[in-house]
Every structure is written in C-alpha cells, then in structure tokens.
Design a binder for this molecule. Sequence first.
Ligand SMILES: [Zn+2]
Length: 246
Amino acid sequence: MILAFMERDELRPLAEFITDGQVPDRTVLDYLANMNARSEAGSRYHQEADMTNAKAVKHIAECYTAPFTIEDMRRFAGEAWGQLGINVVERWCYFNATYFDGALRPVPLVLTQTQPFGKRLAFCSYNPSTTGRTITLNVPKAHKSLLADNGTLLYEMVHQFLFERGEHAGHDGEPWRREIMRLTKQINGREIWAGRSMTVRRDKRVVRINAPHPETKEPSLTQAAIAHWPHDGFGIKPRALGEGNT
Ligand SMILES: [Zn+2]
C-alpha cells in the first residue's frame, strides 16, 4: 500500500482524521511510520496514528491504496520521456502478460542517463525498501555497452515479481534461480540449470561453486551468470529498450 511518490504535505489532512484512542491496524501504523521516516514530524504523526479509530484508519487506507494504474504509467512515462517512455510501458505490459500472467502491479518506470547504481545498468533498481517502488533503467547517451535493453527491463520485472510475492528477491536465492530457469525455457526453449551457491573442497582448497543438478549432475551456471540474466550466455538477444518482441 505504499505510494512513496506521494507528496508529504498530503499527510497533514489525514492526520486530522485521527481523533480517539483506538489502536489502528498494524499495517497502517507501519505505513505511516515508513512514510514519515524521513520527516521531522514523523514521530508526531506516528503518535497521532496511535490515537486513531477504525473509521479514520479505513479512510487513511483508502487514500493510500488508490492504485497506480497502467494509465498512470503511460501518463508519467509519456510526459517525462515521450515516445520512448510510452514504448517501455508497452513492453512492461507485454512482458507482464506474457511472462507473469499479468500479476505485476503497475509501477513507475524511470529512465535515467546517469548511473544511479554504479556501472550496473538497472541492477536491482526495484527495491522498495531503499529506493522506492520504481523500476529505473539506465539509458545513457554515450557508453552503448551500458545501454539498458528489454532484457534489463525483464530482469527488473523478475525482481518486482519476487518482491510482490513476498519471496526472497536477491540473485542468491532459490526464487531468483527458479524464475530465470522458467523464463529462459519460455523465451527460447533452453533448459538451463542454476544451482545454489555452496562451498566445496577441491585440491585441499575450499572454493565456492553453484551446485550441479541433483539428478542429472549437469553443472550449474556460475553465480555471476545467474546474477546477469538474461544477458551473457543464455542465447537470449534482447531488443533495444522499448522495441517489439523480446
Ligand atoms: Zn538484481
């Protein structure tokens, strides 16, 4: 229910709804605390939230659960980045329908010419706990090798999918490995094996590998390849950002 892009001033009238001494829903308290974490007035709002009643809680919840829609995505991206922005939204919609059964919530897509995540393209931009609920894609004017493409978008959507399902969303987890195996098969029919990272003893040294397939003993992709999916060695050739097909 968090809309991190909402203006903080909009919290003020909401605080006025909070009037008597009943304890509100935990999720609303957590939400208000989260929203106000960076605000000097945060603790005060949180205290006021402690004095809310069921009606006020319901009102607050309704205010903040107004969904961010596909149309909002289009308006935002179109206003900010023109046709490229619209095209990326269309790709997001297509991928959502094709690869995630339409399960993903509409999300603000941000195109940037800086590299907010270092040299890592859009590496892990979908991270509501630190950067808010957006997908940020790096589209620099120079440095063609760092250009985000449709593969980068899909990669971020895997993160989004796992976050929204409440699963561990990192590249080191089973859910990420499960999804890249599933999606590679769907995209180009290839069966890949991504095993968990583990340590083994080799030549009296302890080394870290990814576990081979438990039955076929097929070696795993390396952890680096797993983290870079769908780029590097999967036989997937993503089109330029926003262009048709994958
Ligand atoms: Zn990532």
